[in-house]
Design a protein around this ligand. Structure first.
Ligand SMILES: Cc1cc2nc3c(=O)[nH]c(=O)nc-3n(C[C@H](O)[C@H](O)[C@H](O)COP(=O)(O)O)c2cc1C
Length: 195
């Protein structure tokens, strides 16, 4: 007996979905791939829940940080992560200058820090006035009582489109058993158990 699933004929049209005959199967290699619009891309990516961290860097006397979600664990041997940072962001220059950055994953009760480190409302001094910030190995600011912390040395850098992707070798890691802060569909949230 075949265990193949029946063809899906019940696909719902979702928010932001384009209709028509877009080649989504990849079988017809003669055809050009469709270009997804910014609206469709953003509508879909907004639904993806992500843990929130503050990316920080220090270069000489200067410190900077921004709220971010774009961390990917690349490998454990060697311990490598990547982060994607807007090339216009203040912290991007400090990461490039110093060759180091820190990733501070926020616990749910650190949501105010998540808000402080995004947008144009607050200066760097005002951002770092909330919470206790220390140094570990590289000198990048480390947030006390963060859920998980990775202190990283930049191994390689790729500029792609509007963003710079930094691969960082983790030289120190800390963690606490706490509930993490989540971001989805434009707001900070808490993680709830399914049962
Ligand atoms: C939940 C959330 C996630 C974000 N993720 C990123 C990210 O991964 N990379 C990035 O460059 N900016 C990200 N941003 C935008 C920056 O936080 C924002 O542009 C910040 O103001 C830039 O710092 P600056 O004003 O000091 O340059 C994110 C914002 C929010 C609210």
């Amino acid at each position: 007996m075949s265990s193949r699933r029946p063809a899906r004929t019940d696909r719902k049209v979702r928010r932001g979905q384009t209709g028509g005959d877009a080649n989504v199967t990849g079988k017809d290699e003669q055809r050009a791939w469709p270009a997804v619009g910014e609206f469709e891309f953003k509508a879909a990516i907004r639904q993806v829940a992500s843990a929130v961290f503050v990316l920080t860097a220090r270069s000489g006397e200067k410190v900077s940080g921004l709220t971010a979600t774009s961390l990917c664990s690349v490998s454990s041997e060697p311990p490598l992560v990547l982060v994607s940072v807007n090339s216009q962001a203040t912290v991007e220059r400090l990461v490039s200058e110093s060759g180091a950055f820190a990733v501070n994953f926020l616990s749910e009760d650190q949501h105010r820090i998540g808000r402080l480190f995004t947008g144009t409302e607050f200066t760097s001094r005002e951002r770092f006035a909330e919470g206790v910030w220390e140094k570990l190995v590289t000198g990048a600011p480390i947030l006390d009582a963060a859920m998980a912390t990775f202190d990283c040395v930049v191994e390689s850098t790729f500029v792609h489109g509007s963003h710079t992707i930094f691969f960082g070798r983790v030289v120190a890691a800390l963690s606490l058993d706490q509930e993490c802060l989540i971001y989805r569909d434009g707001s900070f949230r808490r993680l709830a158990p399914v049962i």
